[in-house]
Design a protein around this ligand. Sequence first.
Ligand SMILES: NC(=O)c1ccc[n+]([C@@H]2O[C@H](COP(=O)([O-])OP(=O)(O)OC[C@H]3O[C@@H](n4cnc5c(N)ncnc54)[C@H](OP(=O)(O)O)[C@@H]3O)[C@@H](O)[C@H]2O)c1
Length: 343
Amino acid sequence: MGYKVAVVGATGNVGREMLSILAERGFPADEVVAVASRRSQGTEVSFGDKTLKVQALEHVDFSDVDICVMSAGGSISKEWSPKIGAEKCVVIDNSSAWRYDEDVPLVVPEVNADAAAGFTKKYIIANPNCSTAQLVVALKPLHDKAGIRRVVVSTYQSVSGAGKDAMDELFTQTRAIFVSDPVEPKKFPKRIAFNLIPHIDVFMEDGFTKEEWKMTAETKKILDPKIKLTATCVRVPVFISHSEVVNIEFENPISADEARSILREAPGCLVVDKHEPGGYITPYEAAGEDATYISRIREDITVENGLTMWVVSDNLRKGAALNAVQIAEVLINRGLLKPKKAA
Ligand SMILES: NC(=O)c1ccc[n+]([C@@H]2O[C@H](COP(=O)([O-])OP(=O)(O)OC[C@H]3O[C@@H](n4cnc5c(N)ncnc54)[C@H](OP(=O)(O)O)[C@@H]3O)[C@@H](O)[C@H]2O)c1
């Protein structure tokens, strides 16, 4: 007997990817319900070779739904996740609304799958920020080997991380520039076409942005509170996949060759690292893929026990939809959640 799954935000970037990943992986669902705002009620979205009619969130009865994968933004999640959780429907939420709540597990299955069992307090599990998800997948096996002391990460984040309107803005601005039309920033604070912007999410009092703060806080919660991490997050004119330059200081020695062979065996990681033109992964190649790709692994001789590497992954997949579906699979495979119908 299968599960009943609701995908909230089904018309959005992440929601559409959720539907295709559920279909691709043969998720054990008897029924999938596509949910969005009232604006989209009655429109259709694809689910494998079927189409689903979108229902408005207000009209969905969650009492017989087992799992709700939610990607409709923080304020919708704040309002709706507790109500849906109260129906004993597990919410796996993509927004930042619940990530720092002590009673809500923040899970990347390759790193801390055991934490998922803590969902019973609120029936909510949080998915991390897209930049954090791919980072911790790559850090975990190295941390296990040599103990990470400090990480300095610079991100090169695609526009799809800011939603479907942001993708349209890159497209529209690029076209406008070619035909000499005026360029009007709307979603981004400055022009994004043929440019980049060192600012994602709001500024905090200390000068860091919220996106940068999230990477620090979430890495501590998922991987190890002792790890010190400082981030600089940059939006770049790329449609899909986030890239990161990651500089790591370890407690114990680890060579580039050792790191390469550890990462080759690590779950979710794929090493592409040849010292020749094209012997590395670019965001374009990672789009549509599940892996966290790691290239350019080298020793940083300016510190004791240092490594630098290049980490790329599809932000809509490992950074959001894939990770959420993997969390649901953990609940099912570990027997933590039975279909309501079976009760
Ligand atoms: N993009 C990423 O890489 C990424 C990664 C991790 C987490 N996230 C998070 O995932 C969430 C969605 O991101 P996205 O990129 O998919 O955004 P998006 O493309 O803008 O889509 C937003 C979705 O939310 C729905 N929605 C908006 N208001 C709603 C309401 N009142 N009731 C029900 N549904 C509503 C929209 O439905 P309508 O079409 O009807 O408006 C749409 O389906 C955000 O919280 C984001 O921070 C995104």
